[in-house]
Design a protein around this ligand. Structure first.
Ligand code: GUN
Length: 355
């Protein structure tokens, strides 16, 4: 048996199209363009890329995008002030504080400062609280969990009465997606690193949501034949490149593989270390250069070393596609849905202001 692929790129495009059409009507009928403010603190490259994609999506859908960037030295008060100013800005209908925040900041206090009516990420404690209670309606539901549900619903997977197992209990995905499944009358089990016999628990699932951040963890024998498997993981796995050579880090003694910049093109590669031809020494990124290389200096021809990587999910795709009934790929599964649902939430934020 081969699983039916759930095409997140296609379903996200449908959601975006529907949202774009609704935005156009809102503009035509009420002269109102939904506005999303993103708050990015620090220089985390993944966070920068995510925020960039969110801003681009806003523009594509005719929404206003307001980007607030703060240095990673920003104080708690500075970040909260930015949030309060955005709360008061009538052009802004949604505020997204990109996570993770630098460690010195109190995430809970910053997320609590976001106006409930603009909490398009659904992370405000009151929205999460309402999501976690029976018969209470949050104003917004977190985007990645909402995207998982949308993928299931639009693929025709029956949730009511299903045994659903969620691997992971994070505030961003595991916990809220469990609540959403429960609201839709699934029988939900939440597993985590201390759960005994994960494969046996997962094998019970008609719907399995993997959100743990461990590459290829879910194997074929973890999956009930015919189950719907949603892979939320985005992990980096190294891929061998023909030009890779083995190096020994002169500082730490660890061996590592890598190749020089000119030996591969720029896509999907990461700097892993440096090599000094004059001293014939290599060292890992994050380690100090050996003393001799420090003295000879960069003019001696230090070069950066790179390795190729690819993105893989928490599910071993090749194995699990032989067993599952439905499966999301990585990339191209849950990822595009997060932004699509954010756009939908921002539109709803604008709609609230005229109702
Ligand atoms: N970091 C990872 N996922 C998310 C998300 O959905 N929203 C925000 N704000 N930060 C994130």
């Amino acid at each position: 048996m081969t699983a039916k692929l759930i095409d997140g790129t296609l379903i996200a495009a449908q959601v975006r199209q529907e949202t774009g059409d609704a935005v156009a009507r809102l503009k035509a009928e009420h002269g109102l363009a939904p506005g999303l403010a993103t708050v990015l603190v620090g220089e985390n490259p993944a966070s920068k890329a995510y925020v960039g994609s969110k801003q681009k999506a806003c523009q594509e859908l005719g929404m206003v995008s307001i980007g607030c960037k703060l240095p990673d030295t920003a104080s708690q008060e500075e970040v909260e002030k930015v949030v309060r100013d955005l709360n008061a800005d009538p052009q802004v209908h949604g505020i997204l504080v990109q996570l993770p925040l630098p460690r010195h900041l109190n995430e809970e206090r910053i997320l609590s400062a976001v106006s409930l009516e603009k909490d398009v990420d659904g992370f405000h404690p009151v929205n999460i609280g309402r999501l976690s209670m029976k018969g209470r309606e949050p104003l917004f539901v977190p985007c990645t969990p909402a995207g998982c549900i949308e993928l299931l619903v639009r693929s025709g997977v029956k949730i009511a009465g299903a045994e659903a197992v969620v691997l992971g209990r994070s505030n961003i995905v595991g916990l809220p997606v469990s609540m959403l499944l429960l609201h839709r009358d699934a029988t939900v089990t939440i597993c985590h690193s201390r759960s005994a016999d994960l494969p046996a628990i997962c094998r019970r699932a008609d719907i399995l949501i993997a959100a743990v951040g461990r590459a290829d963890m879910v194997k074929a024998d973890w999956v009930k034949p015919g189950a719907a498997v949603i892979d939320v993981g985005i992990n980096q796995a190294w891929v061998a490149h023909p030009a890779d050579r083995e190096y020994v880090c002169a500082t730490s003694g660890k061996t590592f593989a890598g190749h020089r910049a000119e030996e591969s093109d720029k896509g999907s590669r990461r700097e892993v270390g440096q090599y000094c031809a004059a001293c014939d020494k290599a060292w890992l990124k994050g380690q100090n250069a050996p003393e001799c290389c420090e003295q000879c200096g960069p003019h001696c021809g230090h070069v950066k070393l790179f390795r190729r990587y690819k993105l893989v999910g928490d599910v071993d795709f090749d194995q699990v596609q032989e067993v599952a009934g439905y499966l999301t790929p990585v990339p191209g599964g849950v990822g595009p849905m997060t932004i699509a649902m954010l756009m939908h939430n921002t539109y709803r934020g604008a709609l609230h202001t005229i109702k």
